[in-house]
Design a binder for this molecule. Structure first.
Ligand code: SAH
Ligand code: SF4
Ligand code: F3S
Length: 444
């Protein structure tokens, strides 16, 4: 029997990588992918719990899936990923149309669970694992461009930032065997991929104890860069408390390791950072940025910032603004603090900043970052960058779109170039989001 799987993915890049593992497991079980809800025998939604609005989006999608199930009662709806892990059986109770609930460490059990669900039994597996890394599974790539792929190098998180659900829904940290990571990277390169992003919640604490001794993140980065000089290597996310000079040095030795570090600060106030249990203070964070500037001149730096965390004063907020100005971030993801059930912050600190104040502060940091992003792009005008082409620009097939090593998007006239090409582009103009350029000569 040839059954059809429709899958939607929400949340971070780890979830994107996980969906590729899930599709691989289900293809081996006889499913083929479909992009059409009408055709689907099985709908899976891979979910995120990091903020309530991420969960609300999923509830909204489940309502849409239900309409399809009414027309096609044989269809199965499953919730997988972080929200499945957080809500467990409750999901079945809240939404009678959901028949399958599978947490992030239980994907190997999907074929059995699907069988159970088809025969009318409850199908829930939300066991977290100490070992599972899906190391031996070849993910089925779901990216559209065939140029850039995510490679999961570790799972879980041990950090227990007080606001964060990730450790609860993803379990303890474990690192994947480097031999399987490198095998996957080589296979991607041979299939034409030209960029990999190594993924973990805290890549700097990657550590694998194998027969030949210990592999650190710096070692892994070097081994990945050596796979081929035509392969770009990125990674995410770095944790300021663990980001080491060794990693920065390895980056400086290899042109193909992209010069961009995502180093989430969360706040500029040492008092708030302490409450967040981030395990660094403002000074430590600034010193990490200084190390980046010294060892990797021209390296782009981006951040995540949160406003309105418990007890945040106007003074704390101004410290976040001043840190952002000082760091001159090239890019930032910005959020309002959202209390998550059962986290340390939810248990211990009252969510005491009024919504209006959170919103106003968020708008202030967004406004500042827009200026910083524009300044960062303006500095690139007149310079030449090597761009890895990813595809056509969103607006027109006469233009290609790609990124610089610093992770800035560049749009330029297509000429004869194609996705996967490296092209030297002179930047002639910019907006706060995009660089605009013209081809100089083809590189490599
Ligand atoms: N492991 C990564 C972040 C993963 S979650 C790191 O430590 O940087 C991505 C981002 O979501 C976080 O950096 C944080 O800014 C935001 N976030 C996490 N929990 C949140 C919450 N309860 N409310 C608002 N934003 C949150
Ligand atoms: Fe969450 Fe902190 Fe772990 Fe990041 S490092 S996933 S913010 S607990
Ligand atoms: Fe969300 Fe889970 Fe990622 S909670 S941010 S999808 S690890």
């Amino acid at each position: 029997m040839h059954r059809k799987l429709y899958i939607e993915t929400y949340g971070c890049q780890m979830n994107v990588a996980d969906s590729e593992v899930v599709v691989s497991i289900l293809q081996d079980d006889g499913f083929s992918l479909t992009g059409s809800l009408e055709e689907a025998d099985l709908i899976l939604v891979n979910t995120c719990s990091v903020r309530d609005n991420a969960e609300q989006r999923v509830w909204g999608r489940l309502d849409v899936f239900k309409q399809h199930k009414k027309k096609n009662p044989g269809m199965l709806i499953g919730v997988i990923g972080c929200m499945a892990e957080r809500l467990k059986e409750q999901l079945l109770e809240t939404d009678k149309m959901v028949e399958l609930v599978v947490g992030p460490d239980a994907y190997r059990d999907l074929p059995r669970l699907i069988g159970e669900a088809y025969s009318g039994h409850e199908a829930v597996n939300v066991l977290l694992s100490r070992e599972e890394t899906y190391a031996d599974i070849s993910p089925v790539r779901l990216d559209k461009n065939g140029v850039s792929a995510f490679v999961s190098i570790m799972r879980g998180c041990n950090n227990m930032c007080s606001y964060c659900v990730v450790p609860y829904v993803r379990g303890i940290e474990r690192s994947r065997d480097p031999a399987t990571i490198l095998g996957e990277v080589r296979a991607l390169f041979n299939r034409g991929y030209r960029e990999v992003t190594l993924l973990g919640q805290n890549v700097d604490s990657y550590s694998y104890e194998g027969k030949e001794g210990n592999t650190t993140f710096a070692d892994l980065l070097e081994l990945t860069a050596k796979v081929n000089s035509l392969l770009r290597v990125r990674f995410s996310t770095s944790h300021p408390k663990d980001m080491s000079d060794e990693v920065l040095k390895v980056m400086s030795h290899f042109d193909n390791i992209c010069k961009h570090i995502h180093l989430p600060a969360q706040s500029g106030s040492s008092r708030i950072l302490e409450l967040m249990n981030r395990k660094y203070d403002r000074e430590w964070y600034m010193n990490r940025i200084r190390a980046i500037r010294k060892i990797l001149p021209g390296c782009a730096v981006s951040t995540d910032m949160m406003t309105g965390f418990c007890t945040e004063t106007e003074e704390d907020h101004r410290e976040s603004l001043s840190l952002m100005r000082w760091a001159e971030y090239d890019f930032a993801y910005m959020f309002k603090y959202n209390e998550r059930p059962n986290t340390k912050a939810a248990r211990k600190y009252p969510d005491d900043i009024p919504e209006k104040v959170k919103t106003r502060r968020l708008n202030e940091i967004i406004e500042l970052q827009n200026k910083l992003s524009l300044e960062s792009k303006k500095k690139d005008v007149g310079k030449i960058f090597e761009v890895l082409v990813e595809g056509f620009s969103r607006k027109s097939t006469a233009y290609l779109s790609g990124r610089t090593s610093q992770n800035k998007v560049v749009v330029f006239p297509a000429g004869k170039h194609a996705p996967g090409d490296y092209v030297n582009v002179e930047i002639t103009d910019c907006t706060s989001a995009t660089l605009i350029g013209k081809t100089v000569t083809s590189s490599h």
